[in-house]
Write a protein that binds this ligand. Structure first.
Ligand code: C5P
Length: 321
């Protein structure tokens, strides 16, 4: 076999409820993931040793060999399959359309696509569940990029339950920012806004009772959002969008406030920062409204560029060459 190509979507979080920071530095989440029609493609080919090449959007901003999530996924899969099958090297080529460090889980998406493609290249025969377990060791959002659709994520975001939503197609406008945000920085900013201690080595449990900031409530699934998704009513979904990371992202990237306000003024049914940002997401009632909104937003000068996408879409799949 020569090469195998997989296509993988970007994700939005329709709800992102963030709990207190855990002793391992991560935060327990309850989130509603939603895969949208903005895709990267990842091709894997046999090679003497592992390497990665990136083309397309933001190619120069994607980490190279050592830190590349797709290559880390290849190594993780190699460790998980029976002896020999995955011992060979792999050349990974990523064709990027999902912007880097934009809150759309582009790196996790590439890792998911690499897993699906290598599973095929090596005829490893791992199930989607097994791939999700391997993926979760690489990044919190990799399991969802494998699953796609709309799903509730818990834990770090890797424990998934597909959402029983009707097959409604939602029309979204993405406003890409002129800049990037690193996910750890945004979580750290949220901790600061909440008055959490800055040192991971000194967990809150060690503090005397009654001293320090108020307890942060445990994250819970938003019943209004789930009911809106079950009804398939975009107006209700738009009203129920929420993201606990938004104030943190806006504090690090103040122009986002203007972008969000502009989208709402222009008639979006709902607006929020995507994940850790800085991409902003707007829901429109149909394809025509999405087009109008996209044109007006790009004319308003409140973002670098815009894209219209729909969701939900399936997760990472092998595509014909
Ligand atoms: O798992 P992933 O590598 O995508 O996470 C990137 C960073 O985002 C983590 O190092 C952590 O700082 C933050 N994070 C978190 N809680 C989560 C997911 C991510 O604090 N549930």
């Amino acid at each position: 076999m020569t090469g195998v190509t997989a296509r993988v979507p970007a994700k939005l979080n329709l709800q992102l409820a963030v709990g207190p920071r855990r002793a391992d530095g991560y935060h327990d989440l309850v989130t509603v993931f939603h895969a949208v029609s903005l895709f990267d493609e990842v091709t894997v080919e046999p090679a003497r040793r592992d390497g990665v090449r990136i083309t397309g959007e933001d190619a120069d901003r994607v980490p190279g060999d050592r830190d590349n999530l797709a290559l880390r996924a290849v190594a993780a899969l190699r460790g998980a399959v029976p002896d020999g099958t995955g011992a060979r090297g792999v050349r990974v080529t990523i064709s990027k359309r999902i912007p880097v460090a934009a809150g759309l889980a582009g790196g996790s998406a590439d890792a998911a696509a690499a897993l699906v493609a290598c599973n095929e290249l090596w005829s490893s025969g791992l199930s989607q569940q097994q791939l999700c377990e391997v993926g979760a060791t690489v990044g919190s959002d990799v399991a969802f990029a494998l699953l796609g659709g709309t799903a509730v994520g818990r834990g770090r975001g890797e424990r998934l339950t597909p959402a029983l939503a009707p097959a409604t197609q939602y029309h979204w406008v993405l406003a890409f920012a002129d800049g990037q945000l690193a996910t750890p920085d945004v979580y750290a900013a949220l901790d600061r806004l909440r008055g959490e201690p800055g040192d991971v080595q000194s967990p809150r449990a060690g503090a005397p009772r009654g001293v320090g900031p108020p307890e942060i409530t445990l994250p819970a699934l938003d019943a209004a959002l789930m009911s809106a998704l079950r009804s398939g009513d975009a107006t209700l979904v738009g009203r129920a969008l929420s993201n606990d990371l938004q104030p943190a992202a806006v504090s690090l990237f103040p122009p986002l406030r203007k972008t969000l306000a502009a989208g709402l003024e222009l008639g979006a049914l709902g607006a929020l920062v995507s994940g850790s940002g800085p991409t902003c997401v707007f829901l429109a009632s149909n394809a025509d409204r999405a087009l109008e909104l996209a044109v007006s937003l790009s004319g308003a000068g409140v973002c670098r560029s815009v894209a219209r996408v729909t969701g939900p879409v399936p997760g990472a799949v092998v595509v014909s060459p």
